[in-house]
Design a protein around this ligand. Sequence first.
Ligand code: ADP
Length: 421
Amino acid sequence: MLLGAIADDFTGATDLCSTLVRGGMRTVQLIGVPSPDTPAPDADAVVVALKSRTIPAGEAVAQSLAALDWLRRFGTRQVFFKYCSTFDSTDAGNIGPVADALVEALGCGFALACPAFPTNARTVYQGHLFVGSVLLNESGMEHHPLTPMTDPNLVRVLSRQTDGTVGLVPFATVVQGAGAIRKAMTALKEQGRRYAIVDAVTDADLLAIGEAAESHALITGGSGVAMGLPANFRRAGLLGTHDAADLPATPGHAAVLAGSCSRATLAQIGFAREHMPLLALDPLATPDADALVAEARNWIAGKLGRTPIAIAASATPDAVAALQAKLGRDQAGALVEDALSRIAADLVQGGVRNLVVAGGETSGAVVSRLGVHSLRIGAEIDPGVPWTYAEGSGPAMRLALKSGNFGARDFFVKAFAGLEA
Ligand code: ADP
């Protein structure tokens, strides 16, 4: 294991995995802290996906240290702590406390911090985080319900979360390249700084920062700053020549399961309706998970094969609001998630081995119902949504877990176009 990463949420973890795969590292995402007897996957990089962004800081630290322990057991050469590109945190954490604990456990005394992700318009200049053309605290993030970001100055933000001190590697240095960045970071460490916020405005900056951090035990940041890491391992002769995105074949049936009600997913369902058999469940007319599962089971019978079928609970905002008014917001979501995850289990039981799931919460419910522990990350179908090879308590299969708003209109059709199954 060359790189061992700890991510504070699931989709962020997948994002990091895709970045590493694009760089040529075979990458596996593990769901939750691996149990001590979990063997190391055959991969160059392993990303442990936690849900630690907004839990109490003490718990986030405990889970992150447990993940670190497991990663170090397999001799990981470098550790990456992945957080959001908008530095989602509060004065109580969890970025500072988790980073502090990792710095101490690794005995490295210093780590860079760089959330920049220019592809998604997150840039850092003079330590200030911009989202597009506006500062973080004017981007809407100041109203975030759990982690309101009211200060765009990351040196100050991180300083409030740590008993260590925070310096800055400014853009004027970053633009001079890896050598200058390395020197600046060494100087800050010698001055006793525990962290350096490192400016980055373009992908070229991120590549230089990655190169400068080649010998660092710990790197912290968004998935952007991981862009430069595969090249370090390649230069050291540690990466093979394999296609990192290659996944084992999963002969079997194909299906789509949609629980997202986002605009993008609704458009994708509209498109899919023209190209594959599609069952639209109506949880408002049938607010009963058992009945929805039974309806799907009857409909599925005889339809499974290599040609994908689709089952969707997705509905327009009005219909979602109506069900929420009837059952309460949480109950409505839980009912549909329960039904869809049981339908997923039925599909697998019926021989489906290539499954696209639409919706973040829906994906969480499906993955947990199917007992999936690990996802080997393959090629992206559309930006941010890779096919993965899922293993766990059930049969190995391909899963594509799509956040509601991701993907082009033809996503559900395109997903299966390249499958050899
Ligand atoms: P996204 O990634 O678009 O946010 P999620 O799966 O995270 O999608 O969230 C969608 C939520 O809406 C889930 O809890 C899902 O169960 C719920 N849901 C799906 N269909 C309906 C519906 N017809 N009425 C009410 N809620 C629904």
